[in-house]
Write a protein that binds this ligand. Structure first.
Ligand code: CMC
Length: 428
């Protein structure tokens, strides 16, 4: 389809091209708007702005579609692993057996931290937030790799990506160990990605934690489902930083900072806090739900509803199944999980939630899964970051590989004071 968009301004009309994506999404290309008309567009929060063209992830919120590089996440969840999905997201195709083997070796080779990078941990106070540690340590990684500033070919890029994906897991587990005052646990070469993370989190020097296949599978799914979600806040941040030519690690460290905010990575924490609140208040679930529904109530059922997915969140379907399977095999007795089950049941049958299309979202089930795994609350967003690293790298790569890439530099509409004179100190 080829058509244009006509804009009338001050009695003149201008035509701008309408561009079409591979899934028939349409956009008005306003790149020449300011040059031609002197006007800019204003779009608070970027809700109507396509900030880039990207070939990584496709979302259709109305139909509950999420695909990485064209492949539905349902197929990836059923057949793939986090490591394979990460490779797909970054390189745009499924890895061959040789790619898989090479990448696996790179991940194993890079799973340890440089001993002096390790000593950075000693500089953090014991109660430091693991997200602060994660972002600082990812940035610090670039000090140990002079080559990271000039990635000249795909071999170097693959090595840098493997380092980041592998070390993020080691740093994440180490930041937890620091926060509970336990010695850091070294990774093992015989464990796969998820098993190794669980080992570094939960083993102690005199007792090895042995991850069950159900728990490792649930973690794999959690990470796969968080691997990318197109131009969300942290990914846009990574692209913004990358557009200045900053290196992969610096750009991803900035992504961690953006993800830290409660409006982005913190919703699964809010789910567990809500469950805890219900338990401590002694209220039953029906009472809490009726409070949420009350007219003028500011309370929301955390983990329900989504800005983009209005029929269902495809990630939550997959995680629900995984959480049911994992919990069935774990024999856990946790009052918060009981409250979660009751909430889910009540809300799925209640007309208030049905009419407003409020279904449990990915954060509802990820909160439940992470809690059941024994992941402490302040590590939830770190887990999200571990999953999102491949998406950040893929977006960084898109900018890095694009010879036409320009620095991201939005405009603004100035609404401050007009011209006024400086007042000397003695006259103020
Ligand atoms: N509990 C109770 N009522 C709700 C909820 C909820 N969780 N979400 C929306 N509503 C009601 C809202 O009060 C409004 O009702 P009314 O029409 O009577 O005024 C109606 O539903 C529409 O709400 P909205 O605010 O226009 O919906 P939105 O698309 O702007 O908000 C949301 C989406 C995710 C911010 C919201 O559903 C919410 O706050 N959910 C709880 C927080 C949460 O779970 N966030 C994680 C989202 S998934 C993150 C990710 O994809 O990474």
């Amino acid at each position: 389809m080829s058509h244009t968009c006509r804009i009338e301004l001050d009695g003149k009309s201008y035509d701008f091209p309408v561009v079409e994506g591979t899934e028939n999404e349409l956009a008005i290309d306003v790149s020449a708007l300011r040059d031609r008309t002197g006007y800019i567009t204003l779009d608070d929060g970027y809700g109507n702005t396509g900030s880039c063209k990207s070939a990584i992830t496709y979302i259709d919120g109305d139909q509950g579609i999420l695909r990485y590089r064209g492949i539905p996440i349902e197929q990836l969840a059923a057949n793939s692993s986090f490591v394979e999905t990460a490779w797909l997201v970054i390189w745009g195709r499924l890895p061959t057996p040789a790619d898989r083997e090479r990448f696996r070796e790179l991940l194993t080779e890079n799973q340890m931290m440089h001993e002096s990078l390790r000593s950075h941990f000693e500089g953090f106070p014991p109660n430091a937030h693991p997200m602060a540690i994660l972002s600082a340590m990812i940035n610090a990684m670039s000090c140990y790799e002079p080559g990271i500033m000039e990635i000249e070919d795909d071999t170097i890029l693959e090595r840098a990506a493997a380092r980041l994906i592998s070390k993020v897991r080691t740093i994440a587990a180490a930041s937890y160990k620091m926060s509970v005052g336990q010695p850091l646990i070294y990774p093992r070469t015989d464990y796969k990605y998820c098993e190794n993370f669980l080992h570094m989190m939960f083993s102690i020097p005199y007792s090895d934690y042995e991850p069950t296949p159900e728990v490792a599978r649930a973690l794999n799914l959690f990470l796969i489902l968080h691997a990318d979600h197109e131009q969300n806040c942290s990914t846009s941040t990574v692209r913004m930083v990358a557009s200045s030519g900053a290196n992969m690690y610096a750009s991803c460290a900035a992504g961690v900072c953006a993800l830290w905010g409660p409006l982005h990575g913190g919703a699964n924490v809010a789910v567990v806090e809500m469950l805890e609140f219900i338990r401590q208040s002694g209220m039953n679930v029906a009472e809490y739900v009726s409070r949420v529904k009350a007219k003028d109530s500011k309370l929301r059922l955390m983990g329900f509803g989504h800005r983009v997915y209005k029929n269902f969140d495809p990630r939550s379907k997959i995680l629900k199944e995984a959480s049911d399977q994992m919990l069935a095999g774990m024999n856990i007795n946790d009052p918060l999980l009981d409250i979660a089950r009751q909430l889910e049941e009540v809300a799925l049958q209640d007309p208030y939630f049905i009419e407003r299309k409020l279904y449990p979202n990915v954060d509802f089930y990820s909160g439940i899964i992470l809690r059941a795994m024994g992941i402490p609350l302040n590590m939830f967003t770190v887990m999200f970051a571990m999953g999102r690293v491949p998406g950040w790298i893929a977006n960084w790569k898109e900018i890095h590989d694009d010879p036409k890439s320009r620095i991201y530099r939005p405009r603004q509409l100035y609404v401050g004071s007009t011209l006024r004179d400086f007042v000397p100190r003695n006259l103020r």
